[in-house]
Design a protein. Structure first.
Length: 60
């Protein structure tokens, strides 16, 4: 009584792993970009606007 070989298992698992990795990577990138990066960039821009206003006020 022979056991039937399992065929295509590695290929199916590989595509599942690649798909999950790609999905999680994209999700993590969006979380970083919108959760941290844009807020830090806005904070930096506000600092430079404030600094420029102070310099302009000091010149006058």
């Amino acid at each position: 009584m022979a056991i039937a070989p399992i065929t295509g298992k590695l290929r199916k698992r590989l595509w599942l792993d690649v798909g999950c990795a790609f999905g999680l990577g994209v999700s993590a990138a969006y979380a970083y970009w919108y959760g941290y990066h844009l807020k830090a960039l806005e904070h930096q821009e506000q600092f430079y606007v404030k600094l420029e206003r102070e310099r302009a006020a000091a010149r006058q």
